[in-house]
Design a protein around this ligand. Structure first.
Ligand SMILES: Nc1ncnc2c1ncn2[C@@H]1O[C@H](COP(=O)(O)OP(=O)(O)OP(=O)(O)O)[C@@H](O)[C@H]1O
Ligand SMILES: [Mg+2]
Length: 413
């Protein structure tokens, strides 16, 4: 049936042009008239061959006309993001969303204009697991072999953000590079030892102030959200290396989550840890999970402020723009989040965390902004090259193709 539809919708002159690999039917017509007397007769047309050519051409054209974005996400992330709803939105703009299966060859799942991914699990596991290493290297090989495919976001930048030693180096450089002097990162230390005297000495030389917040080195996975607040030198026995120790900054229990999508950013307020009296005290270490204090629904005794605390003005938009612009350029990333608090004493914008492809909770514009960004990338691209799909070569003609209709070999019709 399909075959006859193709034949009906294509004028005969185009059909003969296709078998001669000629695209413009008008040029073809002229040539045909002129050369009729001298050209050797065209090769015999077999309907099966014709079907294959037409089918292949249509498939290639379809692929070239459609634009394709691949998503490589964990099941959890895919569900949380509601990828199927995003795919529906994309379909309305002529973009196919393809869910990439990393365990299958990527070549047969492409081509892609853009790939959006969050391979955090795989990157972290690849440190010790050979299967994850293989998945990651297959992915990397595909990206290297397809330079026309835009990857959101680059793997090296993501790898840095999964390691708090590396990400805090980036954050601490902010105050030197961003012109706006009201942006900073709290002083911190990379801790690789549990030797208390060595930690104490480092705290003094780097001028960290109590209380200290202690975070694991690895910034991904459920354990990475287990943190502690240390109030004195005695509490340093609770430090479990490798980790980061950072001065705690009083900020009125308000966290500003900045969500970046390409050149757009959106800011959402969240609950956060309450203020603590500055300086050492004999309080014992508080262990907590960051998701209990800074999720939209979080409600904890650690986030409850007393009513006398005045509300701070929100961070200036100018400073936020400068911050986002700097990090965009520094990381080369388009989908990330920045956690910002405002120091209650100095009103300095203080960056405490950078997140890979965050949840964008509370950002209703996320889908439209992401789609616009993906389209803006596609506008600058060449159309996709059709894949040479080996299955097309062996495509069988439809069962109702009567081979006896094929002209006999050597004879012209
Ligand atoms: N230096 C700091 N001073 C004051 N509060 C801090 C500081 N660092 C972290 N916090 C508090 O701890 C919470 C968790 O910190 P952080 O954002 O680093 O953890 P995370 O688990 O990586 O977060 P995410 O859920 O964004 O991945 C923050 O939301 C904030 O309430
Ligand atoms: Mg955070």
């Amino acid at each position: 049936m399909k075959f006859f539809c193709y034949l009906q919708s294509i004028p005969l002159v185009s059909v003969s042009c296709i078998s001669y690999n000629c695209n413009a039917s008008s040029t073809c017509k002229k040539k045909k008239k002129k050369k009729k007397a001298i050209d050797p007769p065209p090769p015999p047309l077999c309907l099966a061959t014709l079907y294959r050519s037409l089918h292949g051409l249509c498939e290639s054209r379809k692929q070239m006309a459609r634009r394709r974005v691949g998503f490589c996400l964990s099941d959890k992330k895919r569900r949380r993001m509601n990828l199927s709803a995003f795919a529906d939105l994309c379909a309305g703009r002529g973009i196919d969303v393809v869910e990439i299966d990393l365990s299958q060859p990527m070549g047969s799942q492409g081509p892609f204009n853009v790939i959006v991914h969050k391979l955090s699990d795989v990157i972290v596991e690849a440190e010790y697991d050979s299967q994850s290493q293989e998945l990651l290297s297959n992915f990397q090989n595909y990206i290297s072999a397809h330079p026309q495919t835009v990857l959101l976001d680059p793997l090296p930048a993501m790898t840095k953000l999964l390691d708090r030693f590396a990400s805090y180096r980036i954050m601490s450089q902010l105050q030197n590079t961003v012109k706006d002097k009201s942006i900073c990162c709290p002083p911190y230390l990379e801790i690789n030892t549990s030797e208390r005297s060595a930690i104490q000495a480092a705290i003094q030389s780097k001028q960290l102030s109590y209380p200290l917040i202690c975070k694991t080195r690895v910034a991904h996975g459920s354990c990475s959200h287990e943190m502690s607040l240390i109030f004195s030198e005695v509490g340093l026995c609770d430090v479990r290396p490798p980790c980061v120790l950072q001065s705690f900054v009083n900020h009125g229990a308000v966290l500003h989550k900045v969500f970046v999508v390409g050149d757009d950013h959106f800011t959402v307020e969240r609950p956060s840890l309450k203020n603590f009296p500055p300086g050492p005290c004999d309080r014992s270490t508080i262990f907590f999970n960051s998701h209990d204090v800074s999720k939209p629904e979080s409600s904890s005794h650690l986030t409850a402020l007393d009513d006398s605390m005045p509300r701070l003005p929100p961070p200036s938009n100018e400073a936020m723009v400068a911050l986002v612009r700097h990090l965009r350029a520094e990381l080369g990333m388009a989908l990330f989040g920045v956690d910002v608090i405002v120091n209650i004493h100095t009103h300095t914008l203080t960056v405490i965390d950078i997140n890979i492809f965050p949840g964008y909770e509370g950002v209703p514009q996320f889908f439209s902004s992401l789609l616009n960004y993906i389209e803006s990338i596609m506008e600058k691209q060449e159309p996709l090259q059709p894949v040479v799909d080996p299955s097309l070569a062996s495509t069988q003609p439809p069962s109702d193709c009567n081979e006896t209709l094929c002209p006999a070999e050597g004879k012209t019709s």
